[in-house]
Design a protein around this ligand. Structure first.
Ligand code: NAD
Ligand code: ZN
Length: 366
């Protein structure tokens, strides 16, 4: 069992333990108030796979609860789902003492935490993430949100969980593509902040690919620790959190240029990281050897990566749209060495174009 504290204003614990789902009840009991409703938010497929373990443990802990389902998938990360769930909570007569439990991937987690942040002006939420992305990224850090027709995560709040419970055994049923997409975000943490983590992934790539329990637990714990560190530092001082966007500037553009149908998020980020390395090399700010190591690990871990079907012009147009939405200046997070990145404004247009062209060619050759 590993415990990591997210040391924000109201500090909370991330507990990582194999088969933790079977003991979720005793943990949740600590956060449920006397007479308050415990509402488990999940989706049908997740409930079918994992709900039984959590519900059994809630019964064993004598904790009265209700399960409410939202529809599964990114398409339902909407204000409509929030309204439906809020109506259900009101129907259950849930009050300020209610505890929302988010059981699922990043979609359920973002929706349930958003709901918890606004229902009766805010109730507690505990996250039980069930995808690798949710375990190492979305469940930690307090960002909640839903999508609008105009774009992803355009409406949201900050609402930290009271606790995060991670059971690596829950990943056993996760489809391979989803799992590898999560590994892409894990590589990101290594490149931006921890050479050790990057080298751990390099060294244990085969074990990680076959989800070796011990290696996987170490990986999750390390990523959680790094995310917690960045979130805490950012809350206190700077815009450090920006470095979490490594690979995401072009990654987001790839996703939106292909209307979110072609890539999983982590796959788009994988190409975004490779392109960022190219940019850094063209700007003479990164050794070719290091770029090569990062590329090799990304290509091996996140394989098979869908090829990039669009041309640089369209992708760059989408980058600029993103830039507009984010106050005008285009920032790139570029690696300097393993474990250290820099925030670079004003990457020359020709370099951007060349790096993207190289990445597109690489994607079509592999
Ligand atoms: N709040 C944040 O800081 C933050 C950070 C990163 C990502 N996100 C958000 O997270 C979302 C992506 O999350 P995701 O990648 O977890 O996708 P997801 O929640 O859509 O889950 C992917 C699929 O896996 C299924 N699934 C979940 N757990 C499973 C399991 N254990 N076994 C089998 N199937 C399982 C789900 O039902 C779903 O169909 C995006 O909306 C993104 O914006 C938020
Ligand atoms: Zn991401």
């Amino acid at each position: 069992m590993r415990k990591i504290i997210v040391d924000v204003k109201t500090p909370y614990t991330v507990l990582i333990e194999r088969d933790a789902l079977q003991n979720a009840g005793s943990l949740l009991k600590k956060f449920a108030t006397e007479g308050g409703q415990t509402v488990v938010v999940t989706s049908k497929p997740i409930r079918t796979l994992l709900g039984g373990r959590v519900e059994d443990s809630l019964r064993r802990a004598n904790l009265a609860y209700t399960v409410v389902e939202m529809k599964d998938g990114e398409r339902y990360k909407t204000l409509g789902s929030i309204e439906e769930l809020a109506e259900k909570m009101a129907e259950l007569e849930a009050d300020r003492g209610a505890l929302v439990v988010a059981l699922g991937g990043g979609v359920v987690g973002d929706v349930a935490a958003f709901l918890a942040s606004i229902y009766m002006r805010g109730v507690n939420v505990v996250q039980i993430p069930t995808t690798l992305v949710a375990m190492i990224d979305s469940a930690i850090g307090g960002k909640t949100g839903v999508n609008l027709k105009h774009g992803k995560n355009l409406v949201g709040t900050y609402h930290h969980a009271r606790s995060v419970l991670i059971d690596p055994a829950a990943l056993a049923t996760l489809p391979d593509r989803e799992y590898r997409s999560g590994l892409s975000e894990a590589i990101k943490y290594g490149v931006i902040r921890s050479r050790e983590l990057f080298e751990f992934m390099e060294k244990h790539r085969h074990e990680l690919q076959r989800r070796d329990p011990e290696k996987l637990e170490t990986l999750i714990a390390e990523c959680v620790r790094l995310k917690a560190e960045v979130v805490v530092a950012d809350e206190r001082e700077s815009d450090l959190r920006r470095i979490l966007n490594f690979g995401h500037t072009l990654g987001h553009a790839l996703e939106s240029a292909t209307e979110y149908r072609h890539f999983l998020h982590g796959e788009a980020v994988a190409w975004g990281m490779i392109a960022a390395c190219r940019i850094a090399c063209y700007m003479r700010r990164l050794d070719a050897d290091v770029a090569h190591r990062i590329n090799a690990t990304v290509l091996d871990m996140v394989r098979p990566l869908p090829a990039i079907p669009e041309e640089p012009e369209l992708i760059l147009r989408h980058t600029r749209l993103d830039k507009k939405a984010r106050s005008g200046v285009l920032h790139f997070i570029l690696p300097r060495e393993l474990g250290r990145v820099e925030i670079v404004k004003n990457v020359p247009e020709d370099i951007l174009h060349k790096a993207l062209r190289d990445t597109i060619e690489m994607s079509r050759a592999s």
